[in-house]
Design a protein around this ligand. Structure first.
Ligand code: HEM
Length: 412
């Protein structure tokens, strides 16, 4: 390419809209207005991201499902034009092991199969009493302490790590070690602290897997131990998988608990539906609508076309980067009329808050169990729960991979 042609290409890139687009301060729950406008104007369009590259952006619900379920679309981050989230994730890519999240085809299916049993409906149903007990215990502690209190540290953060510990099969006596290192691995004070916590968890899981080989129980560590014994998985792969579950399932659920609570406190007529019901179907429906409305996995799922594909009449060439925007798809008015309305009675089952296709969230039934129990318990146990500040004082996690609030001061 001549210098002149290269200049023309970069000029053209400079004209493209920058992604991600900023959210409006008018409604902190709404996806960026400019992204939503693309539904009508340019449902499949090129955008410019932080490194100047120009992947495709997909905003319509139907197109997003088509892209995410197409076997010619790759989730691997080793393609030259892979649209990384930011500089930090791009730099770290060479040092990270390939995990389930970035695998394709048969390699992905093999690892994914290892998680079929752990996330079976029966297992999740068996964890529900423990989720309920932990929720009640955390609420008891909150009520016994001073008000106002921060709901993020009191409930939203500890509950998911307790639950993943339960699902994995971490013995009660090790819960404190597991929880401490989980928090450090996920929100470290320094990079070194995060790495040390991750190593401690990997070693712990590897030892547990070895010790469970002889005495299997009904939990993930025992399942993985059996797979290792059968030669289907190496001990290292098994430990990486355990830590991936922890990382993928911790902050996501925590953000959904806290942000969902805030959205309900800001919509008292909707909150009343949850406070006044003991019907699990109403609570389950409300949870789906909150997942749709808030879609906390907000910076777009990143992919690359492994072959030429045609989506909505547009050809995407092999090697081009693609970003599918889950919040925009969940606010697509073709599928969800008046998407800006939080309506806990709406049928939101078509939402894509857990994505779609082969990489669709493996932990979604556990997440649902946690959210249904929290939303179904919190407002019934504390009917006077309210914000201890104004919404404009709340700090939102706009730059992070999962949207949420940093703290949620509440009183009652
Ligand atoms: C409200 C809570 C949650 C939300 C919104 C959420 C969202 C998502 C999304 C959008 C993906 C797809 C990523 C992609 O396509 O690139 C995903 C994948 C995944 N999630 Fe979740 N998640 C949640 C909770 C959990 C929990 C509780 C666990 C496990 C305990 C978990 C484990 C995983 C794993 C392992 C993957 C990768 C699956 C694969 O690549 O095949 N998630 N999640």
């Amino acid at each position: 390419m001549s210098d002149k042609q290269a200049d023309t290409v970069s000029d053209a890139a400079a004209e493209l809209p920058q992604y991600p687009m900023p959210r409006s301060s008018a409604c902190p729950f709404a996806p960026p207005q400019a992204t939503l406008a693309m539904h009508d104007e340019q449902p499949l369009a090129k955008v410019r991201i932080w490194d100047g590259s120009t992947p495709w952006l997909v905003t319509r619900h139907a197109d997003l499902r088509a892209v995410l379920s197409d076997p010619r679309v790759s989730a691997s981050d080793r393609w030259p034009n892979y649209p990384y989230f930011n500089e930090k994730t791009a730099e770290g890519a060479q040092h990270r092991p390939t995990t389930i999240i970035n695998m394709d085809g048969e390699e992905h299916a093999r690892i994914r199969r290892m998680l079929t049993r752990p996330f079976m409906f029966k297992r999740i149903a068996a964890v529900r009493p423990a989720v309920q007990k932990s929720t009640d215990d955390l609420i008891d502690t909150l009520l016994a302490g001073p008000a106002p209190a921060d709901l993020v540290t009191a409930l939203a953060l500890p509950l998911p790590s307790l639950m993943i510990g339960e699902l994995l099969g971490v013995p009660y006596t090790d819960h404190e070690f597991f929880q401490r290192n989980s928090s450090l691995a996920i929100s470290p004070e320094s990079q070194e602290e995060g790495i040390q916590a991750m190593i401690a968890l990997m070693q712990y899981l590897a030892e547990m897997i070895q010790s469970k080989t002889a005495n299997p129980e009904e939990n993930v560590i025992s399942d993985l131990a059996q797979r290792v014994q059968a030669g289907e998985l190496s001990i290292n792969e098994a430990a990486v998988l355990g830590v991936t579950l922890l990382v993928a399932g911790h902050e996501t659920s925590a953000n959904m608990i806290a942000l969902g609570t805030l959205a309900l406190l800001e919509h008292p007529e909707q909150l009343a539906i949850l406070r006044d019901t003991d019907d699990p179907k109403v609570v389950a429906n409300a949870t789906e609508e909150l997942l749709r409305y808030l879609t906390i996995a907000h910076p777009g799922q990143r992919r690359t076309a492994a072959e030429d594909i045609e989506i909505g009449g547009q050809v995407i060439r092999q090697g081009e980067g693609i970003i599918t925007d889950l919040p925009a798809a969940n606010w697509d008015p073709e599928v969800f009329p008046e998407p800006e309305r939080l309506d806990l009675h709406r049928d939101a089952r078509q939402h894509v808050a857990f994505a779609f296709g082969p990489h669709q969230c493996v932990g979604q039934q556990l997440a649902r169990a946690e959210l249904q129990i929290v939303y179904g318990t919190l407002f019934r146990r504390i009917p006077t729960l309210r914000l201890a500040t104004t919404i404009d004082q709340i700090k939102f996690k706009s730059e992070e991979l999962a949207y949420g609030v940093r703290t949620l001061p509440v009183t009652w």
